[in-house]
Structure formats: structure tokens, C-alpha cells
Write a protein that binds this ligand. Sequence first.
Ligand SMILES: [Zn+2]
Length: 348
Amino acid sequence: MPLVKSVELLVDFLRNGHGRTTLLTGAGISVDSGIRAYRGPGGSYTIRKHRPIFYGEFINDEKMRQRYWARSYLGYPPVRRAESNPTHYAMAALQKMGYISTLITQNVDGLHHRAYAEDLSAYLAPAPIKPKETPDAPLPTLDPSILELHGTLRHAHCLSCHTPTGRDAFQDRLSELNPAWHEFQREVESGTREHKLNPDGDIELGQGVDYADFKVPACGECGGPMKPRVIFFGESLEPLTRRLSEHLVSTSSQLLVAGSSLATFSAFRLVRQAKEQGSPVGLINIGESRGDPLVDWRVGWEGGAGDVFPLVVRELLRDEKQPQVKAEVERMLTLGTVKKVLPGPPTG
Ligand SMILES: [Zn+2]
């Protein structure tokens, strides 16, 4: 389908949602911010030999935790610096114009928040974690209406007492404790060391790098081990997040999926839920997706979300009646930086 047809299709879909469309995004949206997608066209892994850490390994094995934090320490600076791209701004504009009621993202980089609001202090403040949420606990109201399904790289927390800490502060503490690694990290940053960045803020190291000397600070309150507030492979969603995601889909009129192959079950489940409740579901993704057989329509073969969304916003902006919103959206359409990463070697 030509690009112009994809734009028309999305414009009609969003108009028919009557302001109650939920948007579900994935790694494909952050590729233009220099953060790699796990899967490329055809669903193959785009990162050779990369196997993400599993939850059980992190919980049960101190050596694996040390290894994770060392790699994460090296991989975090580009994520810390990453900027929202034009697709993030276009999606934020659709929220401001009222076409998207809620955005659910599988990304952990905070770039949807960055595009939506200039003041990020509330987002960056470490939020307390409540691991034993009762099933009847009231659901929180999101402001802005962005749900991070798989958590965020911006915070870490203690596995024992759940005390949270900001990831930036934790990163600086890691630098203090590991001066040799700090030097290595600066070499990676300055380009004198080859590296590859993965979507979870992890980094590929060369052969022969020893993790055994990497020091990870324990929780300042109880001495327990620290974990980033992201959902690992093999880990369940936080109970409140899971309930909230189901609630958001059940109260929306339709679902739009963008930049996701829906490989993770937590995201695929929401598409299945929307179809079971009889809601229209559309999907835009460059490669194949697990949702393809379920959705009402899908586009993306001739151009992904990055090509389509800014054009969709321009089209819908013609109907915008509120001068303040119109001015804000026009400004947002000028924002966003595209930072492409070089494609990796071909994978099977
Ligand atoms: Zn603790």
C-alpha cells in the first residue's frame, strides 16, 4: 500500500475512534533515536549473539547481577542522552489534540514522556514500588496518560525493601566505585572502542572482559541487591501495571499498534483482549508481527510509523479548532532529532 494510502487509513481510523483510541508502541518507535530494535523485518533478531538476561538469572545469581550491571553501566549513557524523535512528537501531538486517549509503550527509554512534557521532574522522581498490590486496590490516574508496560530505565529499586532510587544517581555512584570501568565507558563514548547498544540499555563487550571486579552498590536502606525498574525476560508485569493496561484497553473504543512485532506476550495479550471485546484494531509495523492474523488492518510495508505519523498529524491539524492546541502541535512538528544507528551484520 502506498504511503499516502497508509496516511488516509490512519486519519480515518483516528477520526472514528472519537477520542478514545489507545496507542500501543514498541521498539520500532525508538530506532530513530539511536536505540536498536530487537527484531527486524521477518521477525529475526537484528542483534547477533545478543541474548538478554532472564529474570531468574538476575534474582538467583550474584555473578549474573554483577555482569548485568557492568554491561548496563556501559550501555546507559546513550539512553540517558537519547532524545525523542519526530514520531514521539507526532504521537504526543495526537494526545494533545485528543485523538489518542492513552499511550501504552513497551519501551523503557522514557522518550514518549520527553516528547509530551517539558517538565519531567514528576516522571524522574523515583516512585515507590508496591510488589504486593491487592487485586481490589484502586487504579491510579496517569498524568500524562502514558503507561510504561515494561517499566523504565530511569529508576532502580531494592529487591528486598523496594526502596527506589534514580538511575542517573545510581549511574554516578557506579562511576565513583569503578574508576577503571568509568575510563572504559568514556572510551566507548568517545568512539575509540567499538560497541553496540541494545534497547534495554545493555551493551556488547569484546572477548576477554572480566566482570568480576565490577562493584555494584547495595541498597542504602537495607543492604539488599538493586534491580533496574524494567521487566526482564521471564518476569511478570507489575500487578498494578497489568491491571491498568487491561483497564485502559477495556475502556477505549479501539486500539492502534505502532512499531511493534508484538513478540512479547504482555503486549500481544492486549491486542487479543481488544479483539475479544469487539474493538477495531489497526497495526503499523515495518516487519511481520504476531498480531497480523488478528488485526482488522495492517500497514507498514512501504513505510513505518516514522514516515506515516507526522503526515497524519499534519492532516488532522487542519480540523483543529483550538488556537492554543494548534500552535503547540505546529511547534511539536518541528521538534525531534533522528539519530540512525548503523545496521548490524545480516542475521539469519
Ligand atoms: Zn533495601
